[in-house]
Design a protein around this ligand. Structure first.
Ligand code: NAP
Length: 243
């Protein structure tokens, strides 16, 4: 299914969060094959070291909710790569439950990681992105951020709706020098969804996504092929949002 790498990111220096697992990890593997230099940011030190070995990237352990921790990791990566041209924000969590079940502490945790974490990473990377000739940010939102119709995912859907609109606001603020887009996946086969019920009838394609299918969309929005696209929320959801 994976097309042969074609050096589409040769010379680009990309920081990926959530790089130790799932979509972030698959994106790191694809980007390395496409010639990018990588900084891999995640809170899971052991898995991060594995991905760094596989991809030749710099392992930068950090918690995206902690600005000082992110600032150190970003600086470390930027110095090692001699700059940052692109960011992929894939770190995220989900906590299931109804409004009555999910208490305020868990609500805040979901918003902190998914929305504030994205904001913090962008803030820390901006001084480096501002110096890059062709800079991009891709935020991984969710189909739930566009059409929040899954039960018991209110906090997650709110956080991802926030990511979609944060992306649009940043696209307006940072144009024309930095393009900012979001990718909105449907269900993807990753550790995050390992225990989830998989009702494939919600998808026109009648299946969930392979992480590579999301990584390919992130590659498109990071590369030159998407040079006139900013502020977009690209649904990569097998037809869920219209089905
Ligand atoms: P995943 O396999 O769980 O990977 C997420 C990674 O982010 C994990 O390594 C996780 O570490 C890390 N992380 C969590 N909190 C962090 C923090 N505070 N600081 C730094 N790293 C942190 O999940 P995934 O399925 O690849 O999801 C990637 C992104 O896509 C998420 O934003 C998710 O919401 C979004 N998404 C996923 C799907 C799906 O169906 N999988 C659908 C739509 C959108 P730990 O494992 O240690 O927590």
């Amino acid at each position: 299914m994976s097309p042969a790498p074609s050096d589409r990111l040769r010379g680009r220096r990309i920081l990926i969060t959530g790089a130790a697992s799932g979509i972030g990890r698959r994106t790191a593997e694809l980007f390395a094959a496409e010639g990018a230099a990588l900084t891999l940011l995640d809170c899971d030190r052991k898995r991060l070291a594995e991905v760094a070995r596989e991809t030749g990237g710099v392992a930068a352990e950090a918690d995206v909710t902690q600005e000082a921790s992110v600032a150190r990791a970003v600086e470390r990566g930027a110095i090692a790569m001699d700059g940052i041209d692109g960011v992929v924000n894939a770190a995220g969590i989900v906590i299931h439950g109804s409004v009555l079940d999910v208490g305020v502490a868990d609500w805040k945790l979901v918003l902190d990681v998914n929305l504030t974490g994205t904001y913090i990473v962008v803030r820390c990377c901006l001084p480096w992105l501002a110096k890059a000739p062709f800079a991009t940010i891709v935020n991984i939102a969710s189909g739930q951020g566009l059409v929040p119709n899954a039960p018991n995912m209110t906090a997650y859907a709110a956080s991802k709706g926030g990511v979609v609109n944060l992306t649009r606001a940043l696209a307006a603020e940072l144009a024309p020098s930095i393009r900012v887009n979001s990718v909105c996946p449907g269900m993807v086969d990753t550790p995050m969804t390992a225990g989830f019920e998989r009702d494939v009838n919600r998808y026109a394609m009648k299946r969930v996504a392979d992480p590579l299918e999301i990584a390919q969309a992130i590659l498109f929005l990071t590369g030159t092929e998407s040079s006139f696209i900013t502020g977009a929320a690209l649904a990569v959801d097998g037809g869920r949002t219209f089905h």
